[in-house]
Design a protein around this ligand. Sequence first.
Ligand SMILES: Nc1nc2c(ncn2[C@@H]2O[C@H](COP(=O)(O)OP(=O)(O)OP(=O)(O)O)[C@@H](O)[C@H]2O)c(=O)[nH]1
Ligand SMILES: [Zn+2]
Length: 207
Amino acid sequence: MDQNNRDLFSGEAKDVEKKIHQAQTVKAGLRELIELCGDDPDREGLEETPDRVLKAFLEYTEGYKEDPKAHLEKVFDVDHQELVMVQDIELYSMCEHHFAPFLGVAHVGYIPNGKITGLSKIARVVEGYAKRFQVQERLTNQIADAMEEVLDPQGVMVVIEAKHMCMCGRGVRKSSASTTTKSVRGLFKSEADHRMEFLSLLDRPTR
Ligand SMILES: Nc1nc2c(ncn2[C@@H]2O[C@H](COP(=O)(O)OP(=O)(O)OP(=O)(O)O)[C@@H](O)[C@H]2O)c(=O)[nH]1
Ligand SMILES: [Zn+2]
């Protein structure tokens, strides 16, 4: 495995050098963590683990490399004044408190105002904000804000249902608990009928 990790980083030479130095420090810290937990960082199954963990974290957080809003900027002029909803968008995010994953689905609906976006772009926005250190509430708000800012729709509603691993294998240890968050903008905020329509179109009722 590449001990230098130069291939993992891009950008200006000075920034790459800094990232390589940080990566080495992180890997040294992970070796210490393994030892602190009571195992041998040099045994066969663990010797490459700091490298694997580093790479995994860069993948869990690859959303920082982009501005997710940009996905929405390619719009089509279509006069559709009714709810458009993409549901069950899988998400895998990282709890910023414990660095434990939280995973679930996002449901994103909006009522256009002359402009529609590609459906896959909505899922790309979810992905771009999920792949960061997050709390579920901020993730829900960021998706709604991006839709509102770029598409200027009549309304936006985002619901996320997720399970937090930090509540399962440690701490309170409630592995059946799931968390639902919502963010509403425009007509979904002012009119209950629109919220009800969104919920009635979900395949299953939200808790
Ligand atoms: N609101 C919110 N809380 C979260 C999220 N992810 C994790 N948490 C909570 O963040 C809190 C951090 O609480 P602390 O008391 O600082 O940390 P802790 O001692 O490890 O807490 P316990 O998990 O209760 O053991 C916990 O209650 C977690 O359940 C999230 O997305 N939103
Ligand atoms: Zn947590």
